[in-house]
Design a protein around this ligand. Structure first.
Ligand code: FMN
Ligand code: SF4
Length: 638
């Protein structure tokens, strides 16, 4: 790679290579805003993985600017010490320590800040809703000072670059955009008026930190909403901001109505914002950082080579594998655990108050989930080569156990293989490949195509048995379910039989809606029948939004609060919540109502006195994330 690992200079600051970890809320922060050893270890590991610069997650400049009780803060001197510890460990690991300063504006809840959220105009956040308090000029000027106070604290904490968060529909972005700013005073109206808040912040910061300290601005250059920012308007804004002294711009997208453009789900193309970064780079005289689904070092290299950016941000990529830069530099691309853009991380920060990753179970638990050599070597038999079985097998083998992994199919990966059949989920294959390489690397003995029975276990005499036997598709007890037009969802994914057909999918959860998308790729005409009020309810919200939009655009009919009463030879009879019956004609009926744990083997051996552990779907059908996590934990404890 000719570009990625060359240094880059912003003013006097030398960044050792072009990979930047952008601000990513880990929320590994205590409710009182204090930084813990977990936070430190999280950032130490990210820096140690070899990026040129790490930007610490959005730190609130003001108490009412906080978006979650777990958000990092910089609105008081008491936060300097914790932030300084992060800056210090990152510098010691060789990465430039940077920090982002932020105010949530209307994009927070009164439950979190115990007052009405502040906003440029009386327009509530489209997702959180609730009343907002439009800012007076006096209050705006107070906030300008708070941003500058925060910048001073960042310098005191030892950071080498400060980034102003002007993106993602937060307060500064709210001012910049006509979508959220309808003020008629000097802080609204034309580009200059809407940019005034940002300009005053930059001016005040410059006054405090001097002309030479590197300052970045993150912008959502495209908002994808009516009256929202476009690349052309963003260029006009950025020209004004550059005159005031920003040194580098990070080109992101999306706002509080279009979060799918903030952290782009797997449906979206890799590096989908690089074009906008390129346009901005051409129009401006300052360096540009590209961001957005750049999860592959080769893609990052291409962006640099094509001159679209000077630096590339890899955010989720470094959550999934902090060692990505190091591995890329050493040419070990196949060892990278690639981010699959599932957005479990985004969902977890808001739903669970801390960051978690589907492919990297260690994320956020770096101090708890260390791998230590086993005290006593054991013969371990793992049954099931799905995500959980694979993970437990290689972790146990890495610790020194003799591990035998049995899979009745000829291929590893379990449900992940099925999932990866749908075009947009192809990246799941990279997860299977990563797990397979670990299996090989740590010497797990593979038994493919071997079905394990109680007799096999008696013969092999393991010290312990780990059942990762997964689950099988559930079948609803309705009349006519045995008719030949009925198929279970794996058949619809696995075979070529479903082309240009009229199909009814029974079950509109994550699987049903993904199967629907796959079948529309094959020119099928699809109707989803779902008992709940929503289709795709279990899907992560951004993924769901994009998926449903796509299903609608392809004419998929979605019948919610509707259940199947009977299957006929040429369709199904369904009943809605008012008990109205309707006949839906179909060539095939696909059952996708979920799965049931497969515990056949467990029932056979549970009273035989073996030490047995169960992980993943055979305990209770859940996501691959749960299976991988359980495998990771068990592998470390046996
Ligand atoms: C869990 C999570 C937290 C994020 N937190 C921040 C943040 O604190 N500040 C910010 O500017 N962007 C934040 N983002 C957006 C990322 O910085 C980045 O713009 C986005 O994830 C796309 O880049 P990627 O595909 O490399 O992850 C966050 C994204 C995720 C997934
Ligand atoms: S949770 Fe999913 S999107 Fe987030 S870093 Fe991990 S793989 Fe990527």
């Amino acid at each position: 790679m000719n570009y990625l690992f060359t240094p880059f200079r912003i003013k006097d600051l030398e960044i050792p290579n072009r990979i930047v970890m952008p601000g990513l809320a880990s929320f590994l922060i205590e409710d009182d805003g204090s930084i813990t050893d977990k936070t430190i270890e999280h950032y130490r590991l990210r820096a140690a993985g070899g990026p040129g610069m790490v930007i610490v997650e959005a730190c609130a400049v003001s108490r009412e600017g906080v978006v979650s009780p777990h958000q990092a803060r910089i609105y008081d001197d008491r936060f300097i010490e914790g932030l300084a510890r992060i800056a210090e460990v990152m510098r010691a690991e060789g990465a430039v320590p940077a920090v982002q300063i932020h105010h949530g504006g209307r994009q927070t809840s009164s439950k979190v800040i115990k007052q009405k959220p502040l906003a440029p105009s009386p327009l509530p956040c489209p997702t959180i809703r609730g009343e907002v308090e439009p800012l007076t000029v006096e209050k705006i000027q107070e906030l300008v000072l708070k941003f500058a106070d925060a910048a001073e604290r960042a310098v005191q904490a030892g950071f080498d670059l400060i980034e102003i968060h002007g993106a993602h529909g937060y307060l500064i972005n709210q001012f910049l955009s006509r979508f959220s700013n309808i003020r008629e005073d000097g802080y609204g109206g034309d580009v200059k008026g809407r940019a005034r808040f940002a300009i005053e912040i930059i001016r005040e910061i410059r006054k405090r930190i001097g002309p030479d300290f590197p300052l970045s601005f993150k912008i959502s250059a495209q908002e994808f909403v009516p009256n929202g920012l476009t690349v052309q308007e963003s260029i006009k804004i950025l020209k004004l901001l550059a005159q005031e002294g920003i040194d580098v711009v990070q080109v992101s997208a999306g706002n509080d109505a279009t979060p799918e453009w903030i952290a782009q789900p797997m449906f979206m193309k890799k590096a989908c914002l690089a074009g906008s970064a390129g346009a901005i780079k051409k129009a401006l005289n300052i360096p540009v950082m590209a961001v957005g689904r750049i999860n592959d070092p080769l893609v990052a290299e291409e962006i640099l080579e094509e001159g679209k950016a000077d630096l590339v941000c890899m955010g989720r990529g470094l959550l999934a594998d902090p060692e990505l830069p190091k591995k890329a530099k050493e040419g070990r691309l196949e060892d990278i655990r690639t981010c699959i853009a599932c957005n479990t991380c985004m969902e977890s920060i808001f739903r669970r108050g801390r960051v978690e990753c589907l492919v990297n179970p260690v994320l956020g638990r770096e101090k708890e989930l260390v791998i230590e050599p086993a005290k006593e070597k054991k013969k371990v038999m793992v049954v099931g080569g799905g995500p959980g079985g694979l993970n437990v097998a290689w972790v146990a083998a890495r610790r020194g156990h003799e591990v035998h992994l049995y899979e009745k199919q000829q291929t590893l990966g379990g449900q992940l293989v099925l999932g990866s059949i749908t075009g947009y989920k192809k990246e799941l294959l990279s997860l299977i490949e990563f797990q397979k390489r670990q299996i090989k690397r740590f010497g797990v003995k593979l038994h493919l195509g071997e079905e394990v029975t109680a007799e096999v276990i008696d013969r092999e005499k393991p010290d312990l048995v780990i059942l990762a036997t997964g689950s099988s598709p559930a079948v609803p007890p309705v009349e006519g379910i045995d008719k030949p037009i009925v198929a279970l969802y794996p058949e619809a994914l696995n075979t070529e039989n479903f082309k240009k057909l009229k199909v009814v999918i029974v079950g509109g959860g994550a699987t049903g809606s993904e199967v629907a998308l796959h079948l529309t790729d094959n020119a099928c005409q699809v109707t989803i029948v779902e008992m709940l009020p929503k289709v795709g309810k279990q899907l992560e919200s951004m993924t769901r939004k994009v998926l449903l939009k796509r299903l609608k655009s392809r004419g998929v009919q979605m019948l919610t609060e509707t259940r199947v009463k009977r299957v006929e030879d040429n369709g199904v009879v369904v009943v809605d919540k008012e008990e109205n019956e309707m006949f839906l004609e179909a060539d095939r009926v696909i059952i996708a109502i979920g799965t049931r744990p497969d515990n056949t083997l467990y029932e056979q051996i549970k009273s035989k006195g073996y030490e047995i552990h169960r992980i993943g779907d055979c305990l209770e059908p859940r996501s691959a994330k749960a299976a991988i996590y359980e495998g990771a934990v068990l592998g470390r404890s046996i």
